[in-house]
Write a protein that binds this ligand. Structure first.
Ligand code: FAD
Length: 404
């Protein structure tokens, strides 16, 4: 027993606090928040929020009153070290917080670009609300943006910038967009859609320098010798998990804070969840670190259950989404290691799903503007069922029937 101290008030940190109260935990809960806002949702930062005029309050999970009513202590500050022997966390303010259980929900931070001029004010990243606010503010005065990195966030931003009337160039080192995360079929669809919208996508190239005059960005030079003019650069080249606090406390870390299938670190009084956690997965084998709202919130619920007496290994079913222009991509399952894909629907009609198989085993489904297929996939995986490739490609096959 004793207080539960949660470091990081993102999706995972907020959810574990809320779920603990929901499960009847009556002890002290402190949520350490190093951002200057109430806990908020991140996905709209590169989507609706950056497009619109709604204020920051539209992103908050809950109003301030919720934390008050639930006696969840929101503590503004940053955890700087952990005294494991004394079971205390030290904050940057000098305050020491004793814990019965410590939850590390420290998330991830942007991988920074290591190029000349990369720290100029017109070179932006997109991870926190302040980043999105800053972009919203400067975009109306900009005409040409170069987006470095064609992952989800880079492409979501690129689509929005184009809708807002900017000239947009996207640079990607890989031979196709979102190459690490989606099938070639989905990459090709989105490449075509973004190009139709007037976005120039440059594949197999790297930014080699950012040019500036008088502290203002004037363009980006590419590895193939070309030069693209720009007055704004947005970087989306991935994230690094925030593992330093754990590592300095002597906990095991690798490409994330190492936790077992119960999300416990090598110290039974400390757990790690969400983007920062490299967790053992009996279902998928080996260990995984995922960056998604589903992963963060399901980890949080699993941990809250354990801390209130319902100990079960984490066995969430991954799902994810990305909104790019008018298209909605949704993914269910984990597609790594597929050797065969089957299409349902038609990319030419802007609505299709890619079913990914390893042999006859269905690993995952990527759906573009086919929400029904996505929901089907989530329910199917949740029931530990499958359908054959022949059934998947046959539009007359009744998906609902497979769930009965
Ligand atoms: P985070 O949300 O990163 O929260 C961690 C918090 O801990 C941060 O506030 C950080 O500042 C804080 N922190 C770190 N160290 C300390 C410390 N020492 N002391 C105190 N606080 C600390 N996922 C989807 O599934 N779908 C999407 O469409 C989608 N879109 C996204 C769009 C953007 C722009 C971004 C940035 C992410 C998106 N994601 C999306 C990913 C999703 O937001 C993350 O997977 C999720 O936020 C992870 O939650 P988390 O709580 O683990 O980490």
């Amino acid at each position: 027993d004793g207080p539960v101290i949660i470091v990081g008030a993102g999706h995972a940190g907020y959810q574990v606090a809320a779920s603990l109260r929901q499960a009847g935990f009556s002890g002290r809960i402190c949520l350490i928040n190093d951002e200057a806002h109430l806990p908020y949702q991140r996905p709209p930062l590169s989507k609706a929020y950056i497009k619109g005029s709604a204020g920051p309050e539209s992103l908050m999970f809950r109003p301030e009153k919720f934390y008050h009513d639930q006696t969840i202590e929101l503590i503004a500050g940053r955890a700087v070290s952990i005294d494991r022997a004394g079971r205390k966390v030290l904050l940057a303010s000098g305050e020491m917080l004793p814990y019965g259980h410590l939850v590390l929900a420290t998330g991830a931070r942007n991988r920074l670009l290591d190029l000349p001029n990369a720290n100029l004010p017109d070179v932006k990243y997109l991870r926190i609300l302040d980043d999105s606010e800053a972009l919203r503010k400067i975009m109306p005065s900009k005409t040409r943006v170069v987006v470095i990195g064609a992952g989800f966030i880079g492409l979501e931003f690129a689509a929005t910038a184009r809708i807002k009337g900017l000239e947009v160039d996207v640079l990607e080192l890989a031979p196709r967009v979102m190459a690490r995360a989606v099938t070639a079929e989905v990459s090709e669809y989105f490449q075509a859609r973004h190009r139709e919208a007037g976005i120039r996508i440059h594949l197999g190239v790297q930014a080699t320098s950012i040019e500036a005059e008088g502290g203002k960005v004037t363009g980006v030079s590419l590895s193939d010798g070309r030069h693209l003019p720009a007055d704004l650069v947005v970087v989306g080249v991935g994230v690094l998990p925030n593992i330093e606090l754990a590592a300095e406390a002597g906990l095991s870390v690798a490409a994330g804070i190492i936790v077992d299938e119960y999300l416990s670190t090598t110290d039974p009084d400390i757990s790690a969840i969400g983007d920062c956690a490299l967790f053992a997965s009996p279902r998928f084998g080996g260990s995984l670190r995922l960056e998604s709202v589903q992963n963060a919130t399901d980890h949080a619920r699993c941990l809250a259950a354990r801390l209130t007496g319902d100990k079960k290994p984490y066995d969430g079913h991954p799902w994810f989404w990305s909104d790019q222009g008018d298209d909605k991509l949704q993914m269910a399952g984990l597609t790594t290691g597929y050797d065969r894909v089957v299409l349902r629907g038609d990319p030419a009609k802007k609505a299709f799903s890619v079913f990914c198989y390893k042999g006859d085993e269905l690993l995952g489904i990527e759906s573009v503007n086919r929400a029904g297929d996505h929901m089907f996939g989530r329910r199917l995986f949740g029931m530990d069922r499958s359908i054959t490739p022949e059934q998947a490609m046959d539009e007359s096959f009744d998906l609902k029937g497979a769930l009965a």
